[in-house]
Design a protein around this ligand. Structure first.
Ligand code: PEP
Ligand code: MG
Length: 577
């Protein structure tokens, strides 16, 4: 029998074998038969019991989410609870039972459908975004009324979750002891599922395409290779054997790498490279510190703004940043200001629909346009910086004026904090993310105004090669090995050195193992990445001398195509190590 291989986007590494559990695509069967008059009370009782049970379980989920992913991810369930407690909603369902003689499940289904319809007509982006939450609440109620088990109750050990996409409530309820991996039809590296999978440390493949959902069945055996982005349905015996060997090798490798948790990343000839972690919330910080990170090279703060009704206040952000910096101790934490737009939406910000969102209203452009939101964050960061080694960094800078304006806002925040007598760090270091070719070309000028640079390769690649980082059709072109990208990176590093400021890299390219000798050779001082890559990168760094790496980097900079560069780097890694 042939194995059925499917390609997707690798978003959380590791390989695992388990049984499929499909979520989302089972449509609920509703009993639409009419009831007799003497059944009305029983149906009303069923409804009221289901309402209080749903409320209880939502409180539990909220608590679990808070513990596992932090309070900001738990807020969405507050909204679910509000729907459940809405008297108008409850009365409408009761009326359907009493007047139209519907069963409780059919009454809920009808009223939810009516509400969803109404929400669509309102044409309000915020309300539209709440539709999914509303359907989630309705589905939960119907399940309880029908006495069905929730997804989490049905999941047996060694489960691979396969879904169109996962809602935060699906993800939060999954028992990480039983769930071995995630596979989703939709999603990108920055989707919720991917980020949560990485923080849970389980393999995940996303973007496998909607057709696949038709082909997999509950209970089928699948292999998920989150390292190479492959899903193998009903693998043949020889494929299983091949992957079992790979898993064994992976475990041995992991054991070997564990010694790097307490070791610094030092080259053979004694140069230390800082290996830091990328985080999106406080619990990610635990994981990167467990892996022995030298600090946080990128705190993607936009995740604090998601799954909620309005942007977090200065006070709320201050508490999170303070906790992060206290937990990090004497290790530095680079906080990146809000980077929303592009593929990251915030319904309550009512961002306009755009033809080219990555080239439009995004990141620093939004922050400079909405000073209230920007200043709340800047003040929170300035105040938290009083408690530890916090630095601040601005994303997507494409012009010197943007940096000057952002710094003006920062100065204004300092003055305002002084007036109200709140303590802050007046000497906070200010960094610039180098993510656009424009920033590379004016790096000299930017360096005079900045304390450090951090290269965001995910965006630098997309803007250099003109390749949308989320478009599956062109994802093969989104490569860090393109000579233009590597030459731009080299130019930034050389400029920073000339100007005497530190430069690091926090895009995904920083964890490409075969690229490490090049990155060392051009003189990068810090590499920042997801927790899962930290040990591998530390180990790789320890295998090279700066001297050899320099020669390799010189050779790479002479090569003219991605293929030549990738082949050459693969070859030197294979040959020398
Ligand atoms: C990048 O663009 O490389 C980066 C680190 O930022 P993000 O992936 O959050 O856009
Ligand atoms: Mg970016």
């Amino acid at each position: 029998m042939e194995s059925d291989f499917v390609d997707g986007i690798a978003v959380s590494p590791g390989i695992t074998i388990g049984k499929v559990y499909l979520i989302n695509n089972q449509k609920q069967e509703i009993d639409k038969s009419r009831i007799a008059e003497d059944e009305i009370q029983a149906e009303l009782n069923k409804l009221s019991k289901a309402l209080s049970q749903a409320e209880k379980s939502l409180h539990n989920i909220k608590k679990q989410t808070e513990e596992r992913f932090g309070p900001e991810k738990a807020e969405i369930f507050e909204a679910h609870l509000m729907f459940l407690e809405d008297p108008e909603f409850i009365t409408a369902i009761e009326e359907e039972i009493k007047e139209n003689r519907l069963r409780a499940e059919a009454a809920v289904s009808k009223v939810v459908d009516q509400y969803v319809q109404l929400m669509t007509q309102l044409d309000d982006e915020y309300i539209l975004a709440r539709q999914a939450d509303f359907k989630d609440v309705g589905g939960r109620l119907i399940k309880i009324i029908k006495g069905e088990k929730s997804n989490s109750q049905k999941i047996s050990p060694n489960t691979i979750i396969v879904a169109k996409d996962l809602t935060p409530s699906d993800t939060a309820q999954l028992d990480s002891e039983k769930v071995l991996a995630f596979v989703t039809a939709e999603g990108s590296r920055t989707s919720h599922t991917s980020i949560m999978a990485r923080s849970l440390g389980i393999p995940a493949v996303v973007g496998i395409g909607i057709e696949l959902l038709e082909r997999v069945k509950n209970g089928q055996e699948v292999i998920v290779d989150g390292t190479d982005g492959k899903v193998i349905i009903e693998p043949a015996q020889d494929t299983i054997k091949h992957y079992q060997n790979k898993i064994e090798k992976q475990q041995q490798e992991l054991e070997r790498k564990r010694k790097f948790v307490h070791k610094k990343a030092v080259t053979i000839d004694g140069f230390e490279i800082k290996v830091a972690g990328n985080i999106g919330n406080l619990s990610d910080l635990d994981v990167v510190l467990e892996q022995g990170a030298d600090g946080v090279g990128l705190f993607r703060t936009e995740f604090l703004y998601m799954d909620r009704e309005q942007s977090p206040s200065e006070e709320e952000q201050f508490e999170v940043y303070k906790d992060v910096t206290i937990k990090a101790g004497d290790k530095p934490v680079i906080i990146r200001t809000l980077d929303i737009g592009g593929d990251k939406e915030l319904s309550y910000m009512k961002l306009p629909d755009e033809l080219n969102p990555f080239l439009g209203y995004r990141a620093i452009r939004i922050c400079l346009d909405r000073p209230n939101i920007f200043k709340a964050q800047l003040k929170a960061i300035l105040r938290a910086a009083n408690y530890g080694q916090i630095k601040i960094m601005f994303p997507m800078i494409a012009a010197l004026e943007e940096l000057s304006k952002a710094k003006q806002q920062l100065d204004l925040c300092k003055e305002e904090l002084k007036v109200v007598g709140k303590e802050y760090n007046p000497n906070i270091e200010v960094g610039v993310m180098i993510e656009t070719p424009a920033a590379v070309m004016i790096a000299e000028e930017l360096a005079r105004e900045a304390d450090f640079f951090s290269i965001g390769t995910n965006d630098l690649i997309q803007y250099t090669i003109a390749v949308d980082r989320t478009n599956k059709k062109v994802s093969a072109m989104h490569s860090p090995y393109h000579p233009s990208v590597l030459r731009l990176i080299n130019k930034v590093v050389k400029t920073a050195h000339r100007q005497g400021i530190p430069v690091g890299m926090c895009g995904e390219a920083a964890s490409e193992e075969i690229l490490i000798p090049f990155l060392l050779g051009i003189g990068l001082g810090e590499l920042s990445m997801s927790a899962v890559s930290i040990l591998s990168v530390k180990e790789q760094i320890s295998k090279w001398s700066r001297k050899d790496a320099l020669l390799i980097a010189e050779k790479v900079l002479e090569l003219g195509s991605s293929k030549e560069i990738k082949d050459y780097l693969s070859e030197v890694i294979r040959k020398d190590r």
